[in-house]
Design a binder for this molecule. Structure first.
Ligand SMILES: NC(=O)c1ccc[n+]([C@@H]2O[C@H](COP(=O)([O-])OP(=O)(O)OC[C@H]3O[C@@H](n4cnc5c(N)ncnc54)[C@H](OP(=O)(O)O)[C@@H]3O)[C@@H](O)[C@H]2O)c1
Length: 312
């Protein structure tokens, strides 16, 4: 009888500890810097009161996250700054000082840093400056990128090198100091902007596409090291978005989004648990289909869709 009672008690204690731990774990998971948490989220996850004074404190503590974003002087990066500015502290990196200053005038809580992502020392000091000014980085969105359409029959190595330097090494140069800091803290959130153009080789993308494919592979590989250290890692794969980068395209871009719409998709995606954040689904579903199409069919299909004909 004594054994039964103590066993029952023991089980109840175990269940109680499990219940408490799972509640805590759930909170910790939701508490990871995955985006903009509202006081309602906090109330939902913790059951804490959202009375006015408490709410204000919580909003400051949990909502005013520090975002470090590269490539903010135009397009998607600039739209991310505008979307986040009322709710977060943002450090934004790009080269064009005038654009950064204009953005700083329009957006509160925005700390601009003029730097080139291809320069590892400049990125190290940008991250140091960001942490010194706005505190430790909660979310890094590594978004800076360039796109120059290439005619694959006239290969210009310098253009390929430039794409690798900005789109790939630019991300590595930012990752080095950010990962070091987040690993120390054992928490953080990193999102790397790739593209659906990284899923398969597309016409005119010979210089751009491989850099975006490399970023996906990089993120997959890093995931194994960073996830156990409490760092959330995601890859952003947009379809076509209206920006300076795509303004040079001379073809009709299907399912084209505005930069503002792209920013909304990204911020929603960062709140979720998907490793790949792709959008708009109306376009990326078709791209996923191409991704798994056998080579022969893929080349035929894309050539027909994009007007590429067999040379005589
Ligand atoms: N638009 C699309 O359809 C699309 C689709 C898929 C993926 N993406 C990706 O989304 C990201 C943003 O592109 P976007 O469409 O918004 O193009 P965008 O308007 O041309 O913006 C590119 C940003 O990157 C910055 N940048 C370029 N080179 C840099 C360097 N060396 N150092 C620091 N910053 C640099 C630019 O600023 P500065 O020139 O002032 O330095 C600019 O702020 C890119 O990675 C792009 O590949 C775009």
């Amino acid at each position: 009888m004594r054994i039964f009672v103590s066993n029952g008690l023991y089980q109840m204690v175990i269940i109680w500890v499990f219940w408490q731990t799972s509640k805590f774990t759930h909170f910790k998971k939701r508490d990871m810097p995955t985006g903009i948490l509202t006081a309602e989220h906090i109330h939902h996850t913790t059951g804490l009161s959202t009375c006015r004074s408490f709410r204000t404190n919580l909003q400051w503590k949990y909502v005013m996250r520090h975002y470090f974003i590269t490539g903010v002087s135009s397009g998607i990066g600039a739209a991310l700054v505008s979307a986040l500015s009322p709710h977060a502290k943002i450090t934004g990196v790009a080269r064009r000082r005038d654009r950064l200053d204009a953005l700083a005038k329009e957006n509160d809580n925005f700390h601009p840093i003029a730097a080139d992502v291809t320069d590892p020392k400049a990125m190290q000091s940008a991250v140091n400056d960001a942490i010194k000014t706005s505190g430790s980085i909660d979310v890094a969105i590594l978004n800076a990128g360039i796109y120059t359409p290439q005619d694959g029959s006239k290969i210009e190595p310098a253009v390929f090198q430039q794409h690798m330097d900005v789109n790939y090494m630019g991300v590595i140069n930012a990752l080095a100091p950010i990962v070091a800091d987040m690993t120390d803290k054992k928490q953080g959130h990193i999102a790397i902007t790739s593209s659906v153009a990284g899923w398969r080789g597309l016409p005119k993308s010979a210089a751009y596409g491989p850099t975006k494919a490399a970023l996906i592979s990089l993120a997959e590989s890093l995931y194994f090291d960073l996830f156990p250290k409490g760092i959330k890692l995601q890859v952003i794969c947009p379809g076509f978005v209206e920006s300076e980068a795509t303004a040079i395209n001379d073809f009709e871009m299907p399912d084209l989004l505005t930069s503002k719409q792209a920013a909304t998709h990204i911020l929603n995606g960062l709140e979720g648990d998907d490793f790949i954040v792709d959008f708009p689904k109306s376009f990326t579903r078709k791209m996923k289909f191409l991704k798994y199409l056998p080579d022969r069919l893929f080349f035929k299909f894309v050539a027909r869709q994009t007007g590429y004909k067999k040379q005589s």
